[in-house]
Design a protein around this ligand. Structure first.
Ligand code: PEP
Length: 248
């Protein structure tokens, strides 16, 4: 899945889609998702019609509608053609004060409206250095999934994104990424049952590039990648998708 963050206008989105579609059409065994800014959702939905690329948003409000100036609802995302929504990205937690409790409300609202959440969890460098990575992940995961039915958890995507690796060029080693992904799967199995644990898809995110994708995606508990910077370039993102296929 590509997270475009706050990049690309409408015309730039169109230009991306024209270059990207021939590179990936019919190629992926898994799923390909693009998450542009809100302003490009409908345009990209139209451009992706009939392709193997699904649409996602990067955030949403938890109410269907109301007096929430500047917000976008799950109903609006559905109507714009979204299948997925990224929730709890570390940039939302850090710069917009999103708490686990608020993210949990959004997760439940997304599911209630037929959207699949891509729930992001990840430790900061200070946590990794203090040896508290698993404690942080456990809290974010169990709070974010509080009250969610096991069948819905099974359909979800969890993105493990160490905060220190996002947009920094530093990638977690494949061993470290696998260790945390395996911990996430075990925790989901223990809390929501083994079926949810086996079926939930776990992505790694944090400076994934064409050169490191195959090794990360070859790990047994890493099912996919959440890609920021490299997803802005159609060729680079297509090469990551090909690496995922090779590592599957
Ligand atoms: C992200 O935005 O989720 C991300 C992982 O960014 P980047 O790939 O640029 O590190």
């Amino acid at each position: 899945a590509g997270n475009w963050k706050m990049y690309k206008t409408g015309p730039e989105t169109k230009e991306f889609a024209d270059k990207f579609k021939p590179l990936v059409n019919g190629k992926a065994d898994g799923e390909i998702v693009l998450c542009p800014p809100f302003t490009a959702l409908e345009l990209l939905s139209e451009a992706l019609r009939g392709t193997n690329v699904a649409l996602g948003a990067q955030n949403m409000h938890w109410e269907a509608q109301g007096a929430f100036t500047g917000e976008i609802s799950p109903l609006m995302l559905k109507a714009a053609g979204c299948k997925y929504v990224i929730l709890g990205h570390s940039e939302r937690r850090e710069y917009f004060g999103e708490s686990d409790e608020l993210i949990n409300r959004k997760v439940k609202a997304a599911i209630a409206n037929g959207l699949i959440p891509i729930l992001c969890v990840g430790e900061k460098l200070e946590h990794r250095e203090a040896g508290t990575t698993e404690t942080v992940i456990r809290t974010q995961l169990l709070s974010g999934l509080q009250g969610v039915e096991p069948a819905a958890v099974a359909k979800m995507v969890i993105a493990y994104e160490p905060v220190w690796a996002i947009g920094t060029g530093k990638t977690a080693s494949s061993g470290d990424a696998e260790q945390v992904s395996s911990f996430i799967r075990s925790l989901i199995s223990a809390t929501f049952g083994s079926e949810a644990g086996q079926t939930v898809r776990i992505q790694y995110g944090g400076s994934v590039k064409p050169g490191n994708a195959a090794e990360l995606l070859g790990m047994p508990n890493i099912d996919g990648a959440l890609v920021g910077g490299a997803s802005l370039d159609p060729e680079a993102f297509a090469r990551i998708i090909d690496a995922g296929k090779a590592g599957a």
